[in-house]
Ligand binder design. Structure first.
Ligand code: SF4
Length: 379
């Protein structure tokens, strides 16, 4: 970063310090981390700092339909208070059914007045699936169906964000036999929307999306399913901290067995990381330190960002392997899970040019039963 950019960023940070109540250091870290998460060019953190400190925050209308409110919970009950504060101070949350004090007619009036005051400029966020069967009568708010409300609110929105797997494609409510005809926002509106799937979605991905909109006035680049590429461009498996074990053919065969306790790969316990696009293995979850995501805690990835995997494919079913080629380098090994020496050794072997051997070992062991698989040894 040039001195000028650095000075600008420091000035911006000083200005926002008072508003957000976070330290300059935390704010500069936030801007730099967000720029990195979004894959932006060097120097973009200055633009982000200037955009976030802007007095005019985008108005957000947040609707809730068929869901558990877990998406809002994950956004607002982050372990680290800075995240919640940044979200609430970066946007103007003008309508949110589970957070606002107003109720009944007052709530409806608040929604309509926020929409009128920010016509064509507000961001519509939808949490939850939308029932479409029998003209949508299975979910009504203020006497109107969810179907009608989402169409009304989307008509004058600058951007529409479907947050969570339910809003993205129907999620849990759409699981067969789907008695209410639950659908995602894009299907109901008949046009693509930005989707941040996950059950729940990662709050950083929502915040980074909003910051991108705030900074550049546009939404980030999307994949064919409407997901931001910065967050859903790679499969979980590529950056998993257990990947070295996968490539070496070392698998946990049962929950609680020695391989499981030693942090071996969870593929044979049904981990869907090899077919799930998400950045959980890169940025973690819940802001509580290392191993703060399902695989890090010893549970297989359930593919919660992917339609047709979570809530559909049994947890014990094996994932389809999109690629068995070991990466050129490996993420850090989680030391508290043990086997640092083994995993590090496997990584070094791959880096040193033994990738082909690792692939061969993996291929060999993938087809073995629990009895045939190599047993972990104390090191
Ligand atoms: Fe990680 Fe799951 Fe891939 Fe194993 S199968 S390396 S636990 S993502």
């Amino acid at each position: 970063m040039s001195d000028t950019c650095f000075d600008d960023l420091q000035t911006s940070a000083a200005a926002i310090e008072a508003r957000l109540g976070i330290s300059r250091r935390e704010f500069t870290q936030f801007c730099a981390t967000t720029a990195t998460t979004l894959g932006l060019a060097a120097g973009s953190e200055t633009a982000i700092a200037q955009a976030v400190q802007s007095a005019k925050r985008p108005s957000v209308i947040w609707l809730h339909y068929q869901e558990c409110t877990g998406c809002s919970e994950s956004l607002l009950r982050a372990e680290h208070p800075t995240l919640e504060k940044l979200i609430l101070d970066t946007i103007s949350l003008d309508y949110h059914e589970t957070l606002m004090a107003a109720a009944g007619h007052q709530a409806e009036a608040a929604r309509k007045s926020a929409m009128a005051a920010n016509k064509g400029k507000y961001v519509l966020v939808v949490e939850g699936a939308i029932p479409t069967k029998d003209n949508g009568i299975y979910c009504k708010v203020g006497g109107h169906t969810a179907m009608d409300l989402v169409k009304e609110c989307a008509a004058d929105a600058a951007a529409v964000i479907a947050i969570g797997s339910c809003a993205s494609w129907g999620g849990m409510p759409s699981t067969g036999p789907n008695p209410t005809g639950s659908s995602g926002v894009a299907k109901v509106l008949g046009k693509p929307v930005l989707s941040i799937p996950g059950c729940p979605p990662n709050p950083y991905n929502f915040l980074a999306t909003v910051v991108h909109f705030l900074t550049f006035g546009t939404l980030p680049a999307l994949d064919s399913l409407g997901r931001p590429l910065f967050a859903y461009g790679r499969i979980v498996h590529e950056n998993c901290e257990r990947r070295a074990h996968f490539d070496a053919g070392r698998f946990a065969m049962e929950f609680g067995d020695e391989g499981h306790r030693k942090g071996y790969c969870l593929y044979k316990l049904g981990c869907k990381g090899p077919e799930t696009y998400a950045n959980c293995s890169t940025i973690g979850f819940g802001d509580v330190g290392g191993s703060n995501w399902p695989v890090g805690c010893g549970h297989p990835c359930i593919g919660c960002t992917e339609q047709g995997i979570v809530f559909t494919k049994p947890i014990h079913a094996l994932a389809n392997l999109r690629s068995a080629t070991p990466p050129a380098s490996y993420p850090g090994v989680v030391e508290q899970q043990g086997q640092t020496s083994f995993a590090a050794g496997a990584a070094m072997a791959a880096i040193a040019g033994a990738a082909a051997a690792a692939t061969a070992m993996l291929t060999k062991n993938l087809g073995k039963s629990a009895a045939e698989a190599p047993q972990p040894k104390d090191e």
